[in-house]
Design a protein around this ligand. Structure first.
Ligand code: SF4
Length: 343
């Protein structure tokens, strides 16, 4: 179906939102309840503020807002900068930078570009379903590889499989690091917690496909939810499934509740598990992070389980193989603290 035919009739797109570079706003029956706002961006590479603890300096977000609709997503707050809300609007009002590849190529060609590591998947999932329609990632991957720029991708989207041949070729030119986000195996809880995401089985298959392509794949098992996904049995089963799928390493971390995510997640918790609300208030207080006691307890449990499933040895092997196989090398950065949105 031609999207041109899906333009929102009777409205002036420029009046719809105070979005810079807005070309048109479209809806399509394939994406029920979703509006895509197609914009022409002025820049593709975003510099991370120097005060940030992220282990990279640059990100690319071809989209803003995310169809995966994770209730804990702490990129939600960024939608408020667009005069949209951090709740339902984040899940349904998606900004698409349709010219991102052209702009990126121009930026990468500047003599001042230092070819620093670029991270994708920090504020929106680059392989959410909409990528099937807009196909922005192949051009981005090609542009980064052609310019000699190392990059990493974090996703929950099996659509990445489409680009595996391209990623394999890119990895011959630059260091490429791929991580998949899977923090639970229960499809019922996943559907309620992250209603737009592919189910855990599909994501395990994605890990397998990436590994089989010879690229290596880490997993972010985040966020772990107190009393919901943190039992010995749950974490053990998760690590067993990840080992079976061929994951190179697993990084586990407790839920963060930063402003924007906090309100949305706590409303979800009150609906789904009202009995847990006082307990969450106890360990989160008014802050964004679980208490130190909880984080220490979880770290010890997860560390023990990680070793039980051999991930310390796997991780070492994966980086050794990657170092041996890659070209002008620097160690790929750890993905652990790198993802502001996806855990
Ligand atoms: S956590 Fe990641 S996948 Fe989930 S809504 Fe946020 S950006 Fe999308």
């Amino acid at each position: 179906m031609r999207w041109e035919a899906q333009r929102i009739d009777g409205t002036d797109p420029q009046a719809l939102l105070p979005l810079k570079g807005l070309v048109r706003s479209v809806r399509t029956p394939e994406f029920d309840g979703v509006t895509f706002h197609e914009v022409l961006c002025k820049s593709a590479l975003n510099r991370i503020p120097a005060r940030s603890s992220m282990p990279f300096t640059w990100t690319i977000n071809p989209t803003r807002g995310c169809l995966h609709a994770c209730s804990y997503c702490f990129a939600r707050k960024t939608h408020e900068y667009l005069d949209l809300d951090s709740g339902a609007d984040f899940d349904t009002q998606i900004i698409v930078k349709t010219n991102v590849v052209d702009v990126l190529r121009r930026e990468l060609a500047r003599p001042s570009w230092q070819r620093e590591h670029v991270a994708l998947g920090t504020n929106s999932d680059p392989y959410m379903r909409a990528e099937g329609r807009y196909r922005l990632m192949p051009g981005i991957i090609q542009a980064l590889a052609d310019s000699g720029t190392p990059f990493s991708i974090l996703t929950k989207g099996p659509l990445l499989k489409r680009d595996l041949p391209l990623l394999v070729e890119a990895a011959k030119q630059v260091p490429v690091s791929i991580a998949v986000s899977i923090a639970l195996l229960d499809p019922d809880l996943q559907q309620r917690l992250e209603p737009g995401t592919p189910d855990p089985r599909a994501r395990l298959n994605l890990v397998r496909a990436i590994t089989d392509a010879g690229l290596g794949c880490n997993v972010l098992a985040m966020p772990v939810l107190p009393w919901l996904t943190d039992s010995e049995e749950q974490l053990d089963a998760l690590h067993a499934a990840l080992a079976e799928a061929g994951a190179g390493d697993v990084t586990t971390g407790a839920l963060h509740l930063r402003p924007g995510a906090r309100e949305w997640f706590m409303a979800w918790l009150a609906r789904e598990y009202p009995q847990l609300v006082p307990r969450y208030r106890r360990i989160y207080g008014r802050g964004s992070y679980a208490s130190k006691e909880y984080r220490t307890w979880l770290g010890e449990r997860a560390g023990r389980i990680r070793r039980r499933h051999g991930f310390d040895r796997r991780a070492e092997r994966m980086w050794r193989e990657r170092d041996a196989a890659s070209t002008p090398q620097e160690s790929p950065p750890s993905v652990e603290p790198a993802q502001p949105a996806l855990f």
